[in-house]
Design a protein around this ligand. Structure first.
Ligand code: AP5
Length: 176
């Protein structure tokens, strides 16, 4: 499996849509949202990172347990760390990372200005507008930790503004 991570609005989902592959794509946010809607009455995806940490980690555990039973090749679209009101929560805690057989750990990122612009131009979401640079630094630190723990290579892909096809080609090269 391949884990694809990055800042909200870095372009993970856009890059994944450009791939030509038989890998199944699992979006962690979708799986969490389904559970949180039912369990906690969450109305939209952007509320998820603001609920109490205990609730987020409870649902995170349920999703990882489900993913650890997944068979066949798949790509997980998720967050390297989640920017909660009370600190950065690891997106892939080591206790769950050890349940997965990871081939590559991929961080999709972009300039702070580009990410801010993409967030501002998306009316469908309520994303944060500050701390983008700090969150990106934290993501790189978490990525290094995940790589050291699993032995899977850490791959950083810059999704430059207006050049999504370059980022797609870099990710595609890992699958071919
Ligand atoms: P989710 O909704 O999946 O997170 P997100 O990062 O906010 O997802 P997006 O799909 O909005 O961002 P993206 O990077 O995929 O960017 P996109 O391709 O859309 O997750 C929701 C929540 O789930 C999280 O907030 C968290 O609470 C929770 N969660 C997830 N994983 C978790 C975990 N492991 N543990 C705990 N909680 C977890 O692109 C954005 C915009 O940019 C688009 O308009 C696009 O057209 C544009 N764009 C993209 N690339 C380019 C480019 N190169 N040039 C110009 N525009 C571009």
């Amino acid at each position: 499996m391949i884990i694809v991570m990055g800042l909200p609005g870095a372009g993970k989902t856009t890059v994944l849509k450009g791939l030509q592959t038989d890998y199944k794509v699992q979006n962690f946010g979708d799986l969490m949202f389904e559970i949180e809607k039912e369990k906690f009455g969450i109305q939209n995806r952007d509320e998820m990172r603001t609920i109490p940490k205990e609730k987020q980690t409870e649902v995170q555990k349920l999703v990882y347990e489900r993913l650890s039973k997944e068979e066949g090749k798949f790509i997980l679209d998720t967050h390297c760390s989640v920017n909660t009101p009370k600190g950065f929560l690891p997106g892939v805690p080591l206790e769950y990372l050890k349940l997965l057989k990871v081939d590559y750990l991929v961080l999709i990122t972009a300039d702070v200005e580009a990410v801010a612009k993409r967030r501002a131009e998306d009316p469908t979401r309520k994303r944060d507008s500050d701390n983008i640079g700090l969150h990106d630094q934290m993501n790189k630190s978490f990525l290094a930790a995940y790589s050291a723990f699993t032995g899977a290579p850490a791959v950083v892909i810059i999704n430059e503004q207006g050049k999504v096809e370059k980022a797609v080609a870099k990710l595609q090269a890992l699958l071919d």
